[in-house]
Design a protein around this ligand. Structure first.
Ligand code: PSU
Ligand code: MN
Length: 305
């Protein structure tokens, strides 16, 4: 562990003792959800994880300190901080040197989790290949970064704001293992089935843990992606989804939004244009991923005893 990373005592001791720990990201708080839902979700999530008997390790940057295991005050502070930037892996050294506070993306969170010895991470939706990437080259750093990190990452798939087919192709190229939780229909975050299929499903948290153990025994440093669909009764209605998606994509073009700003812009457009329906689906998907990640962390800890 490099001393550039600040790890809370609770997380450090749990990792040292082989107890279950679940990493959580913070871009969802700074740039993914409106206020005050972001802060409420942060606090609720910590409680859900603890109730499962797992130590939560929310990760972010506080005044230039990359931190694994944010305190309650730090979580609240980051959720309210207008000056917090969105930090992917390449932004971390800049945030440190400039003393910035930041929400960490999946890429940056995953990197810091591994530095602290944490092995399981739950997020909402993964970054991926943006539509039009064949000309814009806009592919999230999440994919390439996870290709070099031995984690289990639970997400509800990738949002349909992205090109899901191209994203799945890149996951294959990058040697990222993908399994569906109870399904081979790849989920589309807001919707349980994106229309794309994957090859393998798993039936239990323990199965995910066994795959991770096998991967580690093989010396493969690459994330296992567990795709966990939002439950069908809580998903965004497909008609509303398709209409708002088309509008959001043209609004992004009309406003010249690109790069770093694309994902927050599109998510915000969805939240504002679905009268809260997308937020409800978003929260439901995230909660499901947190609960499943906690169970996988428990299984992995038990298997490693
Ligand atoms: N997808 C979501 N919600 C999010 C994000 C992605 O459904 O909040 C965030 C995650 O932190 C992810 C980041 O790592 O956006 C990806 O941004 P970019 O496409 O700029 O890499
Ligand atoms: Mn991007």
């Amino acid at each position: 562990m490099t001393n550039a990373v600040r790890v809370s005592d609770e997380v450090r001791e749990a990792v040292r003792d082989g107890r279950p720990v679940l990493a959580l990201e913070s871009t969802i708080l700074t740039h993914g959800l409106p206020r005050p839902a972001n802060e409420e979700l942060a606090l609720e999530t910590e409680e859900r994880v603890r109730a499962a008997g797992v130590v939560p390790a929310t990760i972010g940057v506080v005044n230039g300190a990359p931190t694994v295991g944010l305190s309650t005050d730090e979580l609240v502070g980051l959720s309210r901080d207008d000056s917090a930037v969105k930090a992917s892996l390449r932004d971390l050294p800049i945030a440190v040197a400039k003393g910035l506070s930041a929400g960490t993306t999946v890429a940056a969170t995953a990197y810091l989790a591994v530095q602290a010895g944490v092995r399981v991470f739950s997020t909402g939706g993964l970054g991926g290949v943006h539509r039009g990437a064949e000309t814009t080259f806009d592919e999230s750093a999440d994919l390439g970064t996870l290709a070099g990190l031995p984690l289990v990452v639970v997400s509800a798939g990738v949002k349909s704001i992205l090109d899901i087919g191209l994203t799945l192709e890149r996951l294959e190229t990058l040697n990222l293992s993908v399994v569906g939780y109870g399904t081979t229909d790849y989920p589309g975050f807001y919707v349980a089935d994106s229309g794309f299929d994957i090859e393998y499903s798993i039936g239990s948290p323990e199965e995910a843990a066994r795959i991770a153990v096998a991967r580690d025994a093989l010396g493969i440093d690459s994330t296992l992606l567990v795709a966990n669909p939002v439950s069908a009764d809580l998903q965004l209605s497909p008609e509303l989804h398709d209409r708002v998606l088309a509008e959001a994509l043209s609004a992004a073009v009309a406003n010249g939004v690109h790069g770093h700003d694309s994902t927050p812009f599109l998510l915000d457009y969805f939240a504002k244009s679905t009268g809260g329906e997308s937020m409800a689906a978003n929260l439901a998907a995230y909660r499901g991923n947190v609960d499943l990640g906690a169970q996988i962390a428990l299984s992995l800890s038990a298997l490693s005893e």
